[in-house]
Design a protein around this ligand. Structure first.
Ligand code: ZN
Length: 237
């Protein structure tokens, strides 16, 4: 019994002279590891497929007793060469893939995150210069998708819109915002400008093809970096 699926290769490694393990993101099964026996020398079955950052259509079977996945053959759909050929783009892409492996577990529903990372890579591929904040936005959006969608548009106590706040305060533990009148006495609250909270909130509806056009102020980026890092560290790392 076997099935075919288009997947994104995240990492590969050699485990015997000609054999490779391949970690990949499937749109339906989360992050998985499969084994490509003879993968190092089989040009016929795996021509150009077995590298990270490749989008590949694999035919996948099972070992005896279904103990592990066996990659039978692959067809390269995209190698994202435009990303791999530029060092700064490659660095950003690797950063995104590393985070993805941290957040996406085996068997997770991964359809949304799969579409997101593919869109990130396609946008990187098609634009000559990619802003340095791209991995930060990916990290934030991926965290939101994985069950930690914060409510960023209003004070969680008095419902004052962030538009009308001077400063806002982000509750790292519960993913919500307080205005300066409602802020509780807690160590897990970070101050952030309302512009920064609005910027983060817009991530929930805008994808990478919009991010590429954004030019946020430096202060907004600094705030977002602080909030996202703290939020990720609290809930994921
Ligand atoms: Zn309030």
């Amino acid at each position: 019994m076997s099935f075919s699926e288009q997947v994104l290769v995240l990492r590969t490694g050699r485990f015997k002279e000609y054999d490779l393990w391949v970690r990949f993101l499937s749109p339906t099964r989360g992050v998985q590891t499969g084994f490509a026996f003879g993968g190092c020398r089989s040009r016929r079955r795996f021509c150009g497929c077995l590298d990270s950052l490749n989008l590949v259509l694999f035919t996948i079977g099972y070992s005896s007793a279904k103990r592990y996945l066996v990659l039978q053959e692959g067809t390269l759909i995209s190698g994202f060469q435009g990303v791999k050929n530029q060092r700064n783009k490659l660095g950003m892409a690797v950063h995104c893939l590393n985070f993805l492996q941290k957040i996406c577990l085996e068997g997770d529903d991964s359809s949304e995150i799969y579409l997101l990372i593919l869109e990130v890579l396609k946008v990187m591929e098609n634009h000559p210069s990619v802003p340095v904040f791209f991995p930060l936005l990916f990290k934030a959006r991926a965290t939101f998708i994985h069950g930690y969608q914060p409510v960023l548009n209003k004070c969680s106590v008095c419902c004052l819109s962030v538009e009308d706040m001077g400063r806002g305060f982000f509750d790292i533990k519960n993913g919500r915002v307080f205005c300066s009148d409602c802020i509780p006495d807690s160590k897990e609250v970070l101050q952030a400008d309302r512009k920064s909270l609005k910027f983060l909130d817009s991530l929930s509806t805008a994808g990478p093809s919009e991010w590429i056009k954004w030019r946020p102020e430096q202060e907004v980026l600094q705030d977002c970096l602080k909030v996202v890092e703290a939020y990720v560290q609290y809930h994921i790392e």
